[in-house]
Design a protein around this ligand. Sequence first.
Ligand SMILES: [Zn+2]
Length: 188
Amino acid sequence: MPFKDPVKRKEYYLKNKEKRSEYMKQYRLKNKEKTAEYTKEYRFKNREKVVEYNRNYNKDYYKKNKEQILQQNKEYRETHKEEILQYKKDYREIHKEKIAKKKKEYYKTDRGIKKHRISSWKIQKVKEDNWDLLYDIYMNTDRCDICDVELIDGSWCNQGKCLDHDHYTGYYRGILCQKCNKRDDKGL
Ligand SMILES: [Zn+2]
C-alpha cells in the first residue's frame, strides 16, 4: 500500500481520500467513548496549547469576519429585544446580592467616589464642560473661598466642603464651607 514514489503516493492518497474519511467517521462512531476519552485526555495534557490555539483561531476568525459578526450581533439584538431584556432582568434578580455588594465596593474606590460625587452635582443641575477638571479643583481645595476655614470633605457640619454653583447659569462659582454656602449674600 505505501508507495515510495511521491507521485504515486499522492495519487493513492487522493484516490482514497473519501474512503478514508468515511472509514474514520465510522471508526469514531463505533468508538465514540474511546475517542471522547482520548480527546479529553489530549486536551487535558495540552491545555495551554489548546487554549492558545483556540484563542488564535477565534482572533483570526473575528478579524476576517468582523463586519459580518458585527452585523449579525446587531440583527440578533434587534430581533431578540424582549428576550435580552428578560435575560438581563433575570440576571439582575438572581445576582441581586452579588451586584449590590460589587456596587457598594465600587463606591468605596477613588473612581467610584468620583463618579458618585459628579453624578450628585449633575442632580443638583451643575453645568460643566470638563468634569475631571472640576473634580480636581474640588479635591485640591482645602480652604473655603470666602472665609478661609479649613474644609472637611464629605461632612455636613459647618466646615463641610461643598461646591457652590450659580443657580441661574448652573456654572461653578467656588468651593465653600457649608456655613458660607448657606448665606444668601456670598459677595461673589
Ligand atoms: Zn466659609
